[in-house]
Ligand binder design. Structure first.
Ligand code: ATP
Ligand code: MG
Length: 433
C-alpha cells in the first residue's frame, strides 16, 4: 500500500533536532520570566471572524493564507495564523485587561497557506510576547531590550539588525494614505501586480513591496515623516533615546510597515543576512487600537512574535548551539551474560543510579544482544561512560565501568575498572558533575 506522507509545508521535528528546539525554548522561557512575563496558552483554532477583524480583511494573511473550514455545526473556524488576536481575545474574555497591566507570552504552532521554502512553512512556530495597559515608550524599549538580550544569550547578537519605524496615529496614517494613493495613482501601470491591487485597499503595504521597480517609484513618494502626528513623533524620539541609553543599535527604516493592520506608532523587525531571503526572525510593534476593535475597552499594547524555525536555522547555521545540547547520554548500562538474575540485578542498579544522578541521561540496554553490539549502541548514544554488568559482575556483586570518550577518563586515567556495586553511584556522581 502507498505510504501516507505529511502535508506539504508541515514539518516533523525529528529527535536529532529537538534538542536544539528545547535549548531555544528553555533559553526563551528563562529570559521572558526574568522580565516578569507570564505564559498564556490559547487554543489553536478560533472563530474566523476574530482574525478578519484584527489582522484586517485586506492583508496577505486574511486574503490568501488562512486555513479556514466549516466545522460540523456550520461555524467558520480558522487555524490560527498568528497569536496576538487569540491572546487579546483570551485576555479580554477572562477579564485580564480592563484597568490592568499584563505581561504575557506564548508559544505554539501557527498556520499559513504560503509557498513553502527555506524559512517559510505552512505550519510554523512562533514565540510571542504581549504587554498590555502601558502606553509609554518605556515598555516599547523594554520589550526590545528583551529581544536584544535573547540574541546575546543565543550568541547571535552580531548577526541581527534592529529596524525600527513609527506608523503614527490612525488619523496620520489616513491622511498619508490619501497622499500616497494620489501619488502612486500616477504610476499605476508601472507598479507590480500586488501593489496595483493594494493601491485602493491597503496602499501602505506597497511600501514594503519586494519589487525593485515599485521601490524605485517610491523613492519620490510623499514621506510619512511629514505626516506623522506630534504625539507619535515624541513617542518615537523618546523610544530611540531609551534604546541609545541601553546601547541597543537600530536602523530607522521609513519603509517598514507590518503585514497586519493593527499596528500603529512603533513597529520593528530584527533582520539577519545569514538566512537568505527569509531574514526576519522577529517582528512586532504597538497596537493600541486592537483591544477596542475586538470589543474591549481602549487598552494600549505592544508586542512581537519570533519565528522559531528561523531562529533554529540561525543558531545551527552559525554553529552557536553549545556542545552540551547535542551530547546524548551520560551513562549506558550494558547487560551481557547468561545468568537468570542479571535483568533484575541490572534494572535495580540502574534505578539507584537514576535516583542518585538527577538530570543525567541514563540508558539501560533492553532486548539483550552481544557485548559488542551493546557497546556499539553505547557509542551511538554518545555516552560518556558504559556500566557493564555480566555474569562475573553479578556473582561478585560489583560492576565494570568503562570510559567511552577520551575526554572522560576514570580516576587515575583508567579506561576501565571494576568497582563495588554500592560505590558506583558515588563514582559516577563525581565524574559527571
Ligand atoms: P514575512 O514578511 O517573512 O512573510 P510576516 O510579516 O508575515 O513575515 P509576522 O506575521 O510578523 O510575519 O510573523 C512574525 C515572525 O514569524 C516572522 O518574522 C517570521 O520569523 C515568522 N514567520 C512568519 N510567517 C512564517 C512562515 N510561513 N514560516 C516560518 N516562519 C514564519
Ligand atoms: Mg508573511
Amino acid at each position: 500500500m502507498a505510504k501516507i506522507q505529511a502535508i506539504r509545508g508541515m514539518n516533523d521535528i525529528l529527535p536529532a533536532d529537538t534538542p536544539v528546539w528545547q535549548y531555544l525554548e528553555e533559553t526563551v522561557r528563562k529570559l521572558v520570566s526574568s522580565y516578569g512575563f507570564s505564559e498564556i496558552r490559547m487554543p489553536t483554532v478560533e472563530k474566523t471572524e476574530l482574525f478578519k477583524r484584527s489582522i484586517g480583511e485586506v492583508t496577505d494573511i486574511v486574503e490568501k493564507e488562512m486555513y479556514t473550514f466549516e466545522d460540523r455545526n456550520g461555524d467558520s473556524l480558522t487555524l490560527r495564523p498568528e497569536g496576538t488576536a487569540g491572546c487579546v481575545r483570551a485576555a479580554e474574555e477572562h477579564g485580564l485587561l480592563y484597568n490592568q497591566i499584563q505581561r504575557l507570552w506564548y508559544t505554539g504552532p501557527m498556520f499559513r497557506h504560503e509557498r513553502p521554502q527555506k524559512g517559510r512553512y505552512r505550519q510554523f512556530h512562533q514565540i510571542g510576547v504581549e504587554a498590555f495597559g502601558m502606553n509609554g515608550p518605556d515598555i516599547d524599549a523594554e520589550v526590545i531590550c528583551l529581544t536584544a538580550r535573547l540574541w546575546e544569550a543565543l550568541g547571535v547578537a552580531d548577526s541581527v539588525e534592529l529596524q525600527i519605524n513609527s506608523l503614527g496615529s490612525a488619523a496620520a496614517r489616513q491622511t498619508y494614505r490619501e497622499a500616497l494613493i494620489a501619488y502612486l495613482s500616477g504610476y499605476k501601470d508601472q507598479l507590480d501586480e500586488d501593489s496595483q491591487r493594494r493601491l485602493d485597499s491597503n496602499p501602505l503595504r506597497i511600501l514594503d513591496s519586494k519589487s525593485a521597480q515599485t521601490q524605485e517609484i517610491l523613492n519620490s513618494a510623499p514621506d510619512f515623516q511629514d505626516f506623522i502626528d506630534a504625539e507619535s513623533r515624541q513617542h518615537f524620539n523618546e523610544l530611540l533615546s531609551l534604546l541609545d541609553a541601553v546601547g541597543i543599535k537600530y536602523k530607522i527604516n521609513p519603509r517598514l510597515v507590518r503585514g497586519l493592520d493593527y499596528y500603529g506608532k512603533t513597529v520593528f523587525e530584527w533582520v539577519t543576512e545569514s538566512l537568505g531571503s527569509q531574514g526576519t526572525v522577529c517582528a512586532g510593534g504597538r497596537y493600541d487600537g486592537l483591544v477596542e476593535q475586538l470589543g474591549g475597552k481602549p487598552t494600549p499594547a505592544v508586542g512581537f512574535a519570533m519565528g522559531v524555525e528561523r531562529l533554529v536555522l540561525l543558531i545551527t547555521t552559525l554553529a552557536r548551539v553549545p556542545d552540551y545540547v547535542n551530547a546524548f547520554s551520560d551513562v549506558y548500562v550494558i547487560v551481557a551474560g547468561a545468568n537468570a538474575g542479571l535483568p533484575a540485578y541490572s534494572l535495580s542498579i540502574t534505578e539507584v543510579l537514576r535516583k542518585a544522578l538527577p538530570g543525567c541521561r541514563i540508558v539501560l540496554n533492553c532486548g539483550g544482544g552481544s557485548l559488542k553490539s551493546q557497546m556499539k549502541k553505547a557509542d551511538k548514544e554518545n555516552a560518556a561512560y558504559a556500566v557493564i554488568i555480566g555474569d562475573d559482575e553479578y556473582s561478585d556483586k560489583n560492576v565494570s565501568v568503562k570510559s567511552m570518550r577520551k575526554d572522560r577518563l576514570l580516576p587515575g586515567g583508567d579506561m576501565q575498572m571494576k568497582i563495588e556495586k554500592s560505590a558506583l553511584a558515588g563514582l559516577l556522581q563525581s565524574l559527571l558533575k
